[in-house]
Design a protein. Sequence first.
Length: 115
Amino acid sequence: QVQVVESGGGLVQPGGSLRLSCVASGVTVDDYSIWGIGWYRQTAGKTREWIGGITIDGRVLYSDSVKGRFTISKDSAEKTMYLQMDNLKPEDSADYYCRLRGLYWGQGTQVTVSS
């Protein structure tokens, strides 16, 4: 059974940085290395928003709202994906979710950007 567990959320001041991690279990390294990954975020009363991901052919894509500030990567040997968030803004406050292979969601981690 594939499971995905997130960590790294918290409170940060505007302009600060956070790195979110998402570790998968129940999947082989070979499978993990070829699966697409995605990061999403959601605020209360709004639909979940895609903010970026890595496609099965290795392209890294970002939404316009985070391009230039967020960096997505993955370490297949560790079966872990990362979301490095820099120059954070109050409007980045949300619950952040990772998604593996378009099927498996992490439990979410809260990010609050506030002074």
